[in-house]
Design a protein around this ligand. Sequence first.
Ligand code: PMP
Length: 425
Amino acid sequence: MNQNQTLFDRALAVLPGGVNSPVRAFRAVGGTPLVLKEAKGATVCDVNGRSYLDFVGSWGPLILGHAHPEVVEAIAKAAACGTTYGAPCEDEILLAEHVIAAYPGIDQIRCVSSGTEAVMSAIRLARGATGRDGIVKFSGCYHGHSDSLLVKAGSGLATFGVPSSSGIPESTTRPTRVLELDDSEALCQLLRKEGDDIAAVIIEPMPANNGLLLQRKEFLQTLRDETLKAGVLLIFDEVISGFRIARGGAAQRYNITPDLVTFGKVIGGGLPVGAFAGPAEVMAHLAPLGSVYQAGTLSGNPLAMASGLATLRALDREDGWSQLEELGAYLDSTLGQILAASASPARLVREGSVFWMSLQEGQPPRSAEGIQAGAAERYKALFHGLLEEGICVAPSAYEVGFLSLAHSRNDIDRLAAAVEQHLPS
Ligand code: PMP
């Protein structure tokens, strides 16, 4: 009996699209999503009892792998002491101290329960601190689903925000300007002309939500220099890259310090955590110190803090980032070689433990506008070929893959061999 299908059919009746988050629905690749019942290390298991080698990693949080014993123990221990207090707890202070010591230029942090919440609150803080309404984002960067950031990319020098979801008043997105990544000139022009109206520029310094659009350091440096000149806050959205590509995230990787930073994913070790952080003088605008209101019943939740702390401590102890870089280099020399040598257009794009199989002609794109339509159909075939081999990659051509400390070279060999076999010509 196909228990997976039976359960997903029931899901379709009670959850819109059968899911609680759209990309899980396999709409981009077709077929029935796996309904999972357990996971351990680099393996996930569906309700039919079939195991898969997993490169989705719950979309980024699981840098140690699924159900890491230290994380599970920390959560269990915390749960036995109470699941939520609605009052300060020790682990939230320890987590704050840990993150502040790891990331440049921040004195204080506020924890929330998702990346969306972190970014939404950081934007409110930037507006409150500067007294300006304008926000600049880059097309191809995803910053969660809060209203003012859910804006369609436009072409041209700069576009005024048009909501990319229904249900968002245009008045909400009007102050959001969209620029293209890697376009320093447009950025300089906009900041010089309209800087006085702009509270913040937000960017994923390692854009990983539209393929992996690795940026030139020079572009990020221009962004830093020009925002400083214009008195505009620079927000690095490090929800994916924070504690993932280096202990100090993309700020460390590129040696560029933003004014505000948002975290999520890895800092929660698989439990719902987001956070935003900055210098004391900016954070002082937040309630209860200042007039920017922000709150959460489950913020700094003791289970989530314990899970995040256990993850960050294990990463430090194991020097996780150099191990992941070694694994990543091995991915380059196996999967990367296979893609580069393929008769059909394909290339591996990688930064640390984050990778993307770009199935398009030419050099990997640096902006969303450089993404060619057409790769999605070929990815679909590859995705299902890999699934047949018992390997899970993201169910979309434009989502990245994640390595964890639970992956071995053998796992990477398996992925590379399966891609070689199933990559459509
Ligand atoms: N920012 C970035 C860069 C993200 O990748 C994501 C989620 N993938 C978010 C914000 C939103 O985080 P969440 O899904 O936890 O709300």
